[in-house]
Design a protein around this ligand. Structure first.
Ligand SMILES: [Fe+2]
Length: 203
């Protein structure tokens, strides 16, 4: 009976997502649930404020592999599923936007000789993206964060960083900005985190 109720609930949510134009047939149920987060406030009306740029820091490496999951084999750190959209300041989707991500491992170490926790992917025709990785660790002097470059085809990249709400170190990190925080749904039973961030590019 309980399972039947859960299936019916999932079905209802899928129908609501489809009705709202958010149906994601290629994504899993968990991604669809994260997509059900309230609409992003970046697009109130027909204009949006550009995502603030931030420094790339010293650890960016070009030519990262193309992949939608940065999770390493055997990695036990809590998972992070990040979804969202890339839109313009006119609130129009940016199809095929490039997203290049890099972050430290669960112990706060960057791989500066290879591509652990580095990768790039492309948004779909509606500007939607989905990235699977781990919750990055901490290293001295910084709060928890991800680095990312987002680039519309043929345009200059936006380089920025994403942050985690409620982190004890946020207030002490001079780079942290509330506007760059990921919005999280509830934690799942296996301690994975599902969050959303919508990027707004100039032009
Ligand atoms: Fe960093």
């Amino acid at each position: 009976m309980k399972n039947t109720r859960a299936r019916m609930s999932a079905g209802r949510l899928r129908r609501r997502l489809l009705a709202a134009g958010l149906g994601l047939p290629l994504l899993g149920w968990r991604a669809a649930r994260a997509q059900a987060l309230s609409p992003t406030p970046v697009c109130a009306g027909d204009s949006a404020r550009a995502t603030p740029p931030q420094t790339a820091g010293p650890y960016y490496l070009p030519d990262s592999p193309r992949r939608a999951s940065l999770v390493e084999l055997g990695e036990r750190a809590p998972r992070l599923l990040l979804i969202g959209r890339v839109v313009s300041t006119a609130c129009r989707p940016v199809p095929r936007a490039l997203l290049d991500i890099w972050h430290c491992d669960a112990e706060g170490r960057y791989d500066n000789h290879g591509f652990r926790y580095r990768g790039h992917l492309f948004a779909d025709a509606a500007g939607r993206y989905r990235l699977e990785t781990i919750v990055p660790g901490l290293y001295p002097g910084r709060t928890r964060h991800l680095h990312i470059r987002v680039q519309a085809p043929g345009a200059a990249p936006l380089t920025t960083q994403l942050y985690f709400p409620g982190e004890p170190r946020n207030a002490d990190d001079g780079l942290w900005q509330p506007a760059l925080e990921i919005r999280f749904a509830a934690r799942t039973a296996d301690d994975a985190r599902e969050g959303r961030f919508d990027f707004v590019l100039e032009g």
